[in-house]
Write a protein that binds this ligand. Structure first.
Ligand code: AAL
Length: 469
């Protein structure tokens, strides 16, 4: 996480603005693992100012709420001093990258066995493109996917460098029609425990329907080696909540870690707006939902002693009020969660010293979607999480999904100063792109209403007249 890099960064910044910061430069060897002195406290102890901002919270005069937050929540040194802040760098990867014929998405954590990295993911190769759930009906032929993760199986790829991958073939496949999990398997994640391997994944039984929405079970398969063969348990591993509860709609994105002597299975749930019959609707009591079907996405966790369960849901659930896919990793004594798409706390890095009570620690730009980090201590359970510095994520929504690599600096032993500076700026093409990265239903509505929205923008009317310059 570049504590060392942060120190260098700060010195560079200070040198440029020519201020006195009475701190010693540290060598790369300095600071015992797991017990680094924080630069923040060193700096606060001093009377120095950084760009005219005192390094300790002023107590001799009133300060604004924003300035109080700078000291109470953040740091007067800003992002440089925030161990939870990072930029993300993306690279194309070969073997499981962009492919017009095949969709690959929702990767698992990356694990390393010997010299080989392994990743598992949703793979769909169908003759027809997904038609979207709204266009899907009883008449739609069986081999037409409703969406990108329909009619899929779990595949595995390996790599020696994290850039060049080789697809090894199917790891866990759908059952035959009429059986449990006969329609699609998607969104896997991996657990390694006692020398065995466990893949948790979404299991869809029967055709998709508008009424079911994205409802599926989470099931599991195990193997003695990462290359398989995989044995399916062919049943749900964790039950959905009762109808009407926060996780009564779906259990998605299962994400196992070992923490505090147990398996912690984090997951996401969608709460769709439904009418009295249970059908998803766009409006509630006549109040227009924002841009179409409305839902909350939240995360919960369930723990177990054994990979096959029983999993007991935490009474603290939901433990995140936002977020789409799950991406968590042990950090120091707690757990970090990347809250990526959806909800009021999207695009944040959060930390819970107890794995349950998460606080926003950084706001990030363009985080990896469905991030699946290389996290060698995901199953160590030693209370000394080191963090992450690369992984695999996906790009979806523009044809078949595909996998890419992301790099970041959220690791206590990494030294990547270029990932701790500033923010990301979108260029002209990104601002005016005809296809936005909005979810499909929002995009469709924007397109439909493009004319009227141009009109609206040219003639904005406020509810109260206001003067103008
Ligand atoms: C994702 C994940 C789950 C959902 C769908 C496929 O990115 O949250 O896997 O079911 O979208």
């Amino acid at each position: 996480m570049g504590m060392k890099s942060r120190q260098r960064t700060i010195y560079a910044g200070v040198a440029v603005i020519g201020l006195l910061v009475p701190c010693r430069a540290s060598s790369a060897q300095e600071g015992p693992r797991g017990d680094e002195p924080t630069r923040k406290s060193e700096m606060r102890a001093s009377e120095a100012h950084f760009a005219g901002v005192p390094l300790s919270k002023p107590t001799d005069r009133p300060i604004s709420a924003a300035m109080a937050r700078l000291y109470d929540t953040w740091s007067p040194l800003g992002d440089f001093d925030n161990e939870f802040y990072t930029l993300f760098k993306y690279s194309r990867i070969s073997g499981i990258g962009k492919d017009p014929e095949v969709s690959r998405r929702d990767p698992s954590k990356v694990i390393k066995v010997g010299d080989i990295y392994y990743v598992w993911y949703t793979r769909r190769k169908t003759e027809h493109a997904p038609v979207g759930l709204k266009n899907y009906s009883d008449e739609t032929p069986d081999d037409v996917p409703a969406w990108d993760w329909d009619l899929a199986d779990i595949y595995c790829a390996t790599s020696r460098d994290g850039f060049n991958w080789k697809e090894q073939g199917v790891a866990v496949s759908r059952n035959t029609k009429g059986e449990y999990a006969d329609r699609s398997l998607s969104t896997p994640d991996i657990l390694c425990m006692n020398g065995k391997y466990y893949l948790y994944y979404q299991a869809f039984t029967g055709r998709m329907t508008h009424r079911k929405g994205d409802r599926c079970d989470v099931s599991m398969a195990w193997a003695d080696a990462p290359d398989g063969p995989w044995h399916k348990i062919n049943r749900p591993i964790i039950e959905r909540g009762k109808p009407g509860t926060w996780d009564g709609g779906s259990i998605h994105d299962p994400y196992p870690l070992i923490y505090r002597g147990k398996i912690w299975l984090y997951y996401k749930s969608d709460v769709w707006l439904r009418d009295a019959t249970g059908a998803p609707v766009d409006r509630l009591d006549g109040t227009p939902a924002y841009l179409g079907r409305s839902y909350h996405r939240m995360h919960g966790v369930a723990t177990a002693d054994r990979p096959e369960g029983p999993f007991v849901k935490s009474p603290a659930n939901p433990i995140a009020n936002s977020g789409h896919e799950t991406c968590l990793f042990p950090y120091k004594e707690g757990i970090v969660s990347l809250i990526i798409k959806d909800g009021p706390e999207k695009n944040t890095v959060q930390y819970a010293p107890d794995g349950l009570n998460f606080e926003v620690k950084a706001m990030v730009v363009q985080p990896p979607v469905a991030a699946a980090p290389f996290c060698p201590d995901a199953f160590a359970g030693n209370g000394d999480g080191r963090g992450i510095y690369w992984g695999v994520s996906h790009i979806v929504g523009f044809g078949p999904g595909f996998l890419i690599r992301f790099d970041c600096d959220l690791h206590r032993d990494a030294d990547r100063p270029f990932l701790k500076h500033g923010t990301v700026q979108a260029d002209e093409a990104s601002h005016f792109q005809p296809r936005t990265t909005l979810p499909q239903h929002m995009r469709q509505r924007f397109m439909r209403e493009a004319g009227s929205s141009r009109e609206e923008t040219a003639n904005i009317r406020l509810s109260r007249e206001t003067g103008g310059q």
